[in-house]
Design a protein around this ligand. Structure first.
Ligand SMILES: Cc1cc2nc3c(=O)[nH]c(=O)nc-3n(C[C@H](O)[C@H](O)[C@H](O)COP(=O)(O)OP(=O)(O)OC[C@H]3O[C@@H](n4cnc5c(N)ncnc54)[C@H](O)[C@@H]3O)c2cc1C
Length: 410
């Protein structure tokens, strides 16, 4: 018979959301190390389908945690967004994005969390979750765990979410990607340290964009190319949708000869992205959700910075809960909805409805009108200098001062 293991707090999933929670918690309250346990279905370093773009907000979070990156990375300083009504160039003088490989990045975070005292039980998939009289019981591949508080940080396909909150596929998008080896001297993404976004697929019914990022796979130059579609998979199987996305990706980057790769799962990796839905709940009894399990940016599918933000809030709620504060979880629920991150995700959901809606051409035209507005928009999205935490009025004032008096945006 398998054993029952008990702990005060359990974190299901050790991607950025679960590990950031542990890192923020143990940085503030190292004495809690013995009371927290993390379960991971795989083993670090493990592959994760992701382009690995860290926006400046994520870099600020690492700085706040006192963590050096310590993994191979490419700093992107130029960007181009291609739309049906013309291109938009981006250059802000400092990195727009730092591209890492998730196997290396997440293993780095896991090492830091272990050094801070976190125990991670690997190869331990959560299979089922049930709550009763103030206790949460998890059935896993390594037996039963009982805990006073569970954080579901187990990604877009969250088992914790499915067991406690119901399945709900309505806020699941999809992304498909592949890595192509390239000659860095003949590839603009490497020569100019540039990433490319291409929104022309919106006119073909894709609620998203295709991308091309320079990256290093096992130290060798590659392009990570992919396509994101915010809308949920149609019908019972989303295979046809993934095929249509690949066709669209090939049309977007004909020069990359993606056709030669075929449609095999080996060449392309597909993965769901759960986006923030303001109608969702993020806590139930003694269970809370963070990162993709809760839902992230609907416009771009960017989720690593959000995982860190959720992690910071979850750490605060867990510490308060362990200190006996009965209102800690309801405060967490409120913060996820109405705190700075919730407000940002709502604005991104609003933007997604505009840019991927029937009048998208009009909004892309509007976005191309003012260079200063583009700079404010990019800095706001990237969370550069914490611009995304400013109220809308302060942001508009910055934009007005930049346009009227040529003041710097940040
Ligand atoms: C193709 C693609 C490209 C993307 N590109 C970017 C990008 O460039 N920049 C960006 O910011 N975001 C990007 N994202 C989104 C980003 O990958 C996620 O938002 C981010 O990984 C969320 O972190 P997380 O910790 O919430 O979840 P995850 O990173 O998914 O981590 C969840 C962890 O839980 C574990 N787990 C899952 N189920 C169980 C279980 N039942 N029991 C135990 N453990 C479990 C997993 O093994 C994993 O370690 C991309 C996503 C996709 C699909």
């Amino acid at each position: 018979m398998k054993s029952v293991r008990k702990c005060d707090v359990l974190i299901a999933g050790t991607g950025p959301a679960g590990l950031a929670t542990a890192l923020y918690l143990l940085r503030e309250r190292p004495e809690f190390a013995r009371r927290v346990l993390a379960l991971e279905k795989s083993r670090h370093p493990r592959f994760k389908v992701c382009a690995g773009g860290l926006i400046p907000k994520t870099m600020l979070a690492l700085e706040e945690l006192g963590l050096a990156l310590e993994v191979p990375a490419i700093e992107v300083i130029h960007g181009v967004a291609r739309t049906e009504v013309g291109d938009v160039d981006m250059y802000r003088g400092d990195p727009l994005c730092t591209v890492v490989r998730r196997n290396e990045f997440d293993a780095r975070l896991a090492r830091a969390a272990r050094e801070a005292g976190l125990e991670i039980v690997e190869n331990c998939r959560v299979l089922d979750v049930a709550q009763s009289s103030g206790e949460v019981r998890l059935t896993t591949e390594q037996g039963v765990f009982e805990t006073g508080l569970l954080l579901g940080a187990d990604g877009s396909g969250s088992r914790v979410r499915a067991c406690v909150f119901g399945r709900g596929k309505e806020s699941l998008g999809r992304a498909v990607m592949t890595d192509l080896p390239v000659d860095p001297e003949r590839t603009p993404e490497f020569v100019e340290r540039r990433y490319r976004f291409d929104f022309r697929c919106v006119s073909s019914g894709v609620s998203g964009y295709a991308w091309s990022f320079p990256c290093l796979v096992d130290g060798r130059p590659h392009l990570n190319v992919g396509i994101y579609d915010q809308l949920p998979p149609h019908g019972t199987s989303d295979e046809p949708r993934a095929g249509a996305l690949l066709d669209e990706l090939r049309r977007t980057f004909p020069e990359l000869e993606l056709g030669a790769l075929g449609r095999s799962a080996k060449s392309f990796k597909a993965f769901p992205i759960r986006w923030f839905n303001p109608g969702d709940r993020f806590t139930d009894g003694r269970v809370m959700l963070a990162g993709d399990a809760a839902g992230v940016d609907p416009l771009m599918g960017e989720g690593i910075s959000c995982a860190f933000e959720h992690g910071k809030l979850a750490a605060r709620a867990i510490a308060a809960f362990l200190d006996g504060d009965a209102a800690a979880l309801s405060r967490y629920e409120r913060e996820l909805h109405h705190g700075a991150t919730g407000r940002k995700l709502r604005k991104l959901a609003f933007a997604a409805r505009r840019f991927y809606g029937p009048h998208h051409r009009w909004y892309f035209r509007l976005a191309r009108l003012s260079r200063k507005a583009q700079q404010v928009g990019v800095d706001w999205f990237n969370g550069a200098a914490h611009l995304d935490e400013l109220p809308v009025r302060a942001l508009m004032a910055k934009w007005a001062a930049a346009v009227l008096f040529d003041r710097p945006v940040r």
